[in-house]
Design a protein around this ligand. Structure first.
Ligand code: GLN
Length: 446
């Protein structure tokens, strides 16, 4: 079973925080029984899946890789998990991440690091590094992650698998531990584009428990497979191929674009000048939302509680000081600062205005192009420890992925070759709800 693979490999890779072997075998037995009784099975019946440990799984620890939630067992399932379970998929374990999904390397986990299966001295990317590494090493058939600024696509790129960030609102956030609520989306990691399309069919759909959930018909994404891309219009935003992008990464992505051109697509260079403000906009707006979302961890209601305190104030302060790691504290401080009176207009409000401009710029581009293509990550997987002391270098890992969350549009990362033995990912983006175009192009490329 997939557990023999995990037992053989995961000491080295460290993709999982919790394994759910007993529950998995019980679920498998139920499926066997259904087969014996001739009952109809869901189309994911018996398929082993891994889930990022910031997505609620009833009765199974959901820690967010934080000391704060080390022993937290949620009493409910996330909507996304429920949907996959209904289709027969079996949870085999919960995967490692950067604490509360804040990071780009999975080195911010309070419990352990995860190693890149392609080179154990390197990071798998993040924050969904455990999910990406699990799929890349065949320790799971597919996995769920969450993407606030690139946390599905960037690790997918660094681990050589497919990762998809849905249109904002297409997948319910119910049961996803909130980071930046107006950016967060749950999405799949798979081996190929076909599996990705099948999973989107299950994950997409309205959920009244998420107030931002879209109530629209999504159609069948597998219909976009095996389609001609002749005449499709592809834009290459020059800002995403410029400074900071490794030349070999750039070359492999452009080689990929040539393949698509060979299949009949029209390719043109375009400019998205507001993209250069994406990183500051993201770190202001997402941290502001995070500081508000993380206010609930106060040591009183649930989660970690400090042992020593002599007043209510001290209970809050000590629990939060001891329970949160460095990066999380940094984001909370940044967020409360930009939201405080006197700075609100200068930072938070301004970030929202620029957010609007970035969104408009994409909307205009998609009047002319079906998809835009860029590298997913500016470099291949970096060495463990290499960027931990260099905040800016770490944040730069997301320059190509963050604008997509700002605009709320969908994007995929698909493998497009190896540079010095390490995988490179190509990012394909579309307008909101343009998933079919992404699947079409990605599948044609693959
Ligand atoms: N790396 C980015 C951050 O640290 C994105 C994280 C994410 O998408 N969850 O915020």
């Amino acid at each position: 079973s997939v557990y023999s693979r995990i037992e053989a490999l995961d000491d080295k890779i460290g993709a999982y925080l919790t394994l759910t072997k007993e529950e998995a075998y019980e679920a498998a037995a139920i499926i066997d029984k259904k087969i014996a009784e001739g009952e109809k099975l869901g189309d994911l019946a018996g398929i082993p899946m891994a889930i990022k440990d910031n997505i609620s799984t009833k009765g199974v620890k959901t820690t967010c890789a934080s000391k704060m939630l080390e022993n937290y067992v949620p009493p409910f399932d996330a909507h996304a998990y429920e949907k996959l379970k209904e289709a027969g998929a079996i949870l085999i374990g919960k995967t490692n991440l950067d604490e509360f999904a804040m990071g780009s390397s999975t080195e911010n986990s309070a419990f352990k690091i995860t190693r890149n299966p392609w080179d154990l001295e390197r990071v798998p990317g993040g924050s969904s590094g455990g999910s990406a590494a699990a799929v890349a090493s065949d320790e799971a058939y597919f996995a769920l992650g969450s993407d606030t600024g690139g946390s599905i696509r960037q690790p997918a790129s660094l681990c050589g698998v497919v990762g998809f960030k849905p249109t904002y609102g297409a997948v319910s956030r119910y049961g996803l531990v909130a980071f930046g609520s107006s950016f967060d989306q749950i999405g799949p990691f798979t081996k190929d584009v076909e599996d990705c399309a099948i999973l989107l069919n299950h994950l997409y759909g309205h959920d009244k428990k998420d107030s931002t959930s879209l109530n629209v018909e999504f159609g069948d994404f597998t219909e976009a497979l095996n389609k001609d891309i002749k005449g499709m219009r592809i834009g290459l935003p020059e800002e995403y191929f410029g400074e900071g992008i490794d030349p070999e990464v750039k070359k492999l992505v452009l080689d990929g674009v040539k393949v698509l051109e060979g299949l009949g697509a029209h390719v043109e260079e375009i400019s998205l000048p507001y993209s250069k403000y994406a990183l500051p906009v993201y770190y202001i707006a997402a941290s502001a939302e995070a500081s508000s979302n993380l206010a609930r961890y106060d040591g009183v209601r649930y989660g970690y509680r400090a042992k020593d305190y002599s007043s209510l104030e001290e209970l809050y302060v000590n629990s939060r000081s001891e329970g949160f790691g460095e990066e999380v504290k940094l984001r909370i401080m940044l967020g409360t600062y930009t939201l405080s009176s006197g700075y609100y207009d200068a930072y938070y409000n301004k970030a929202l205005k620029v957010r609007r401009l970035i969104k408009q710029e994409f909307e205009e581009a998609f009047e002319k192009y079906d998809v835009l293509i860029s590298p997913t990550s500016p470099t291949t997987a970096f060495k463990i420890g290499e960027r931990t002391d260099d905040q800016l270098a770490m944040y730069m890992s997301d320059i190509c992925t963050v604008p997509i969350n700002i605009a709320g549009i969908p994007a995929i990362s698909v493998p497009c070759g190896l540079s010095k033995g390490l995988p490179v990912g190509m990012q394909i983006m579309s307008k909101s709800l343009g998933e079919a175009s992404i699947i079409k192009v990605a599948h044609a490329f693959e």
